[in-house]
Design a binder for this molecule. Structure first.
Ligand code: NDP
Length: 457
């Protein structure tokens, strides 16, 4: 039976838009449905507006730093409403670009929710359409903790639209979103409490990064509450009181849940298409992004593997090329670089020392220093850079950095790591002087050896 479309994409975020656009470019008859906003989380309530807010915070500190270089800058108060209005204009512009990309590619666009009727049929905008292949790219959404008073707190979607900047904010969680917003609010003048249940923030990241970040948060005046888990939240007049499981209480003006995200699969009718999900509701896929249902694929955050925009975009592109471009390929999830836009930022590629060492002995090179700028600005800011090298092959298996420009530097290192660069390759590369990045090619003295054969040293 001939279907109305060759491909129907559900969700107009990073993965969905790229997949639809490239597939249409290959000549497929493509439709895409988005019920909320074009560009999805990243463009609207994620990466893009978040980075603009991080940049807003940086100006305040730079104005202070300038005094060390001879400038007299009188810093006025920050205007949050003006920042949000400027950010909204920029996001509106990007929304338009995403929408136009689809129109120009010749895709049929539905600004509506699409739900499954069966394996080839969807209900969208009050009608039924059929497609040979269907892609689920519906992303995820932030979740609050399931505790009494949780409705008194906000989630990251709300944080981008606050009418006023809170004087005090308590952020629950120690992951990407928590540490990024802690930096934003602190840089813009709020008192920030960061409440997390681990001993250090960013579980799963390299230990040196986590320790360095905890120190940086402290230097930024952020009050950390490690080992704490909220039990309830109460309103006390306009303020909010958080009671922890250990009995401690904390008073604040705004409670912000940064406690993870959930795949967006409820109400999609996946059961009518026979698409399997895991216990957290993520669509289960193989390396080719195929679900268990024939001709149905899923990609991006709805699959809850590596929830990063560039991964989703790359997957969308690869699937479109594979299905319609006579160029079958898939995206490797190894050596995917990632950054946390904390203040200062973190960037990482490959394995944390602890994970690499569990596989075999590793040579570890670590350096800590005060960046050149801050020897004059007087700001208490440190940089940490680190390489983890497989002792047997000398391949660099982990690169980690906490410090200014870390994400910009890590992108280039990731290329080297994808190419399988060894420590000797790093060593024979000439540095660019004076930069922080040159440390990556000048670290000669091994800091330690860790891993299984440590005793052999
Ligand atoms: P994360 O999974 O990174 O962090 C969630 C945090 O909430 C963790 O600290 C976790 O603690 C804590 N938490 C979860 N459940 C509970 C609980 N029941 N009680 C107390 N604490 C709890 O999620 P985020 O919301 O920060 O971000 C979601 C994902 O989005 C990220 O993992 C990342 O993939 C992506 N992202 C990427 C960004 C980037 O590339 N810069 C920026 C923002 C998001 P614990 O560690 O103990 O589980």
């Amino acid at each position: 039976m001939k279907h109305e479309f060759d491909l129907f994409v559900i969700g107009g975020g990073s993965a969905g838009v790229r997949c639809a656009r490239i597939a249409a470019g290959h000549g497929a008859r493509v439709a895409i449905a988005e019920e909320r906003f074009w560009g999805g989380t990243c463009v609207n309530v994620g990466c893009v507006p978040k980075k603009l807010l991080v940049q807003a915070g940086e100006y305040g500190a730079w104005a202070d730093d300038a005094a060390g270089f001879g400038w007299t800058i009188k810093k006025g108060p920050h205007d949050w409403a003006k920042l949000i209005a400027a950010k909204d204009r920029e996001i509106g512009r990007l929304n338009g670009i995403y929408r136009r990309l689809l129109d120009n590619a010749g895709a049929t666009v539905f600004e509506a929710r699409a739900t499954f009727v069966d394996q080839h049929t969807l209900e969208v905008a009050g009608k039924r359409v059929t497609a040979e292949r269907i892609v689920i790219a519906t992303g995820g959404h932030p979740v609050r903790l399931d505790i009494p008073g949780a409705e008194l707190g906000i989630i990251s979607d709300d944080a981008f639209y606050l009418e006023t900047m809170p004087k005090r904010v308590a952020i629950i969680g120690g992951g990407y979103i928590a540490v990024e917003f802690a930096g934003i609010f602190a840089a813009l003048g709020a008192h920030v409490d960061l409440v997390y249940r681990q001993p250090l923030p960013l579980r799963g990241f390299d230990q040196d990064l986590r320790e360095g970040l905890a120190e940086a948060l402290k230097a930024n005046g952020i009050a950390q509450h490690p080992g704490c888990q909220p039990q309830r939240i109460d309103a006390v007049g306009d303020a909010r009181r958080i009671t922890m499981k250990n009995g401690h209480t904390l008073e604040t003006d705004l409670v912000f849940f940064a406690t993870g995200r959930k795949p967006h699969t409820e109400g999609l009718g996946l059961e009518r298409a026979g698409v399997a999900t895991n216990p957290v509701g993520a669509v289960i896929v193989d390396a080719q992004l195929r679900t268990n249902a024939p001709h149905i694929y899923a990609m991006g955050d709805v699959t809850d593997r590596l929830n990063l925009t560039p991964v989703a975009t790359a997957e969308g592109h690869a699937l479109a090329d594979s299905l319609f471009g006579r160029n079958p390929r898939h995206i490797s999830l190894e050596n995917v670089p990632t950054a946390v836009f904390s203040t200062p930022p973190i960037a990482t590629c490959g394995l944390p020392e602890e994970v690499a060492a569990a596989r075999g002995p590793v040579d570890v090179f670590v350096t800590h220093f005060t960046p050149m700028r801050h020897t004059m600005s007087g700001r208490n800011r440190r940089t940490m850079m680190k390489l983890v090298v497989d002792q047997k092959t000398q391949v660099v298996v982990g690169a980690h950095m906490l410090g200014e420009d870390a994400p910009e530097i890590m992108q280039g290192l990731a290329i080297a790591m994808i190419c399988g660069a060894t420590k000797a390759d790093f060593d024979r590369t000439i540095g660019i002087h004076p930069t922080a990045a040159e440390e990556y090619v000048t670290m000669r003295t091994r800091s330690r050896v860790t891993g299984a054969a440590q005793a052999a040293e």
